[in-house]
Design a protein around this ligand. Structure first.
Ligand SMILES: NC(=O)c1ccc[n+]([C@@H]2O[C@H](COP(=O)([O-])OP(=O)(O)OC[C@H]3O[C@@H](n4cnc5c(N)ncnc54)[C@H](OP(=O)(O)O)[C@@H]3O)[C@@H](O)[C@H]2O)c1
Length: 328
């Protein structure tokens, strides 16, 4: 599965339901890449197509939660699972995710190649929809970039990124109560490295009981990452209070660490919570975690010594609002 997107310098992709820039050569590139292929889009992107008509000479799939929606010339799908099922029946190379924000975010883990038109304008562009910053994602590598082109005062080039995890088929969904025991075992395993770092094997995540995990499950949002064999390889949870999502226990199976699973889980929990502010904390010794959070746009705002040799670093993130890119 591939994706194709045009982004500005802030990885903005749209505003008020429209594209940010219309560059003839970029439109031609989009057409050349997708012609004769299956294109998957969200209903909002569909509604922004010229004349409200499916794209010609392509198999159009429109995602909507509306089970009564019918679109002449397009297939309507109501869930991610349906799309994965359909796309597994096609040649993966022939399926293109074409936006918008919500669809890119959900399908990013399943894509192997991203065709990204990078656009630079003289005057800043207002955006209210964004694409994840692939430059900051360890599992996405820039493999090709064209020379810089110009359209009027706009500079642009065509970049190609590849997902180094392309062979790892992973699905992130809500955890079920039947998963909690397995998630707790994974938690015990994942926090061993943290305990070693802190030289303390009695840290709270290693002492948490199934009863406490169940309480957290009841209270908030609980996600799991599942590999192609159905094994849980990661999880993250959050609870919401006063328009802030308090995110915690980002855990990844040790042998799957460093492959982007944590990043995907973070993007998924932010999407699920969709609040004005995200907060999390980690130990000041967890340098890799702090780097991951900073790459995802989190900034340190507080440090607190909680015991001898243990200091927590608190990080926060304000998601892009209807302003210029990454804000506060
Ligand atoms: N720069 C680019 O390359 C590019 C490309 C495409 C789009 N865009 C821009 O992106 C913006 C639109 O992005 P968006 O995030 O607002 O909208 P979107 O992703 O195009 O569509 C969102 C809609 O898709 C449906 N949907 C999403 N997830 C679903 C799921 N799991 N199951 C079933 N249905 C699902 C829902 O439709 P229902 O409400 O019907 O349930 C949802 O409201 C526009 O500004 C557009 O111009 C930019």
């Amino acid at each position: 599965m591939n994706l194709i997107v045009a982004v500005n310098e802030e990885w903005g992709i749209g505003c008020d339901g429209e594209l940010l820039s219309k560059i003839p050569e970029d439109m031609a590139y989009f057409k050349q890449k997708t012609l004769g292929k299956v294109v998957i889009m969200g209903n909002s992107t569909y509604k922004s197509l010229p004349g409200l008509k499916p794209l010609k000479d392509r198999v159009n799939i429109v995602m909507s939660k509306d089970t009564n929606l019918r679109i002449r010339g397009a297939l309507v799908c109501n869930s991610l699972k349906d799309i994965i099922y359909i796309s597994n029946m096609c040649c993966a190379e022939d399926v293109f995710i074409i936006g918008g924000q919500s669809i890119y975010e959900q399908f990013l883990p399943y894509c192997s190649t991203a065709y990204v038109t990078k656009i630079k304008t003289n005057s800043p562009q207002k955006a209210d929809k964004f694409f994840p910053n692939l430059d900051a994602m360890p599992n996405w590598k820039l493999v090709d970039t064209s020379e810089t082109n110009f359209f009027r005062e706009i500079e642009y080039n065509f970049a190609v990124f590849e997902n180094v995890n392309k062979n790892m088929k992973m699905m992130i969904t809500e955890a079920q109560s039947a998963d909690l025991q397995q998630i707790l075992q994974l938690q015990y395993l994942a926090y061993q490295s943290e305990a070693k770092l802190l030289n303390d094997y009695s840290i709270p995540p290693l002492k948490q009981t199934i009863g406490e995990v169940k309480q957290e499950y009841e209270k908030g949002v609980f996600l799991k990452a599942v590999d192609e064999e159905g094994n849980i390889v990661g999880s993250v949870r959050a609870y919401l209070d006063n328009n802030t999502a308090y995110i915690g226990k980002l855990i990844v199976l040790p042998e799957k660490q460093g492959q982007g699973v944590g990043t995907e889980l973070m993007l998924a929990i932010e999407r699920e919570c969709a609040v004005a502010r995200y907060e999390l904390f980690t130990s000041d010794k967890s340098v890799r975690n702090i780097q991951l959070y900073e790459r995802l746009g989190y900034a340190k705002y507080k440090e607190q010594k909680v015991a001898d040799g243990l200091t927590f670093v608190y990080l926060e993130k304000y998601p892009p609002s209807n302003s210029l890119g990454n804000r506060k």
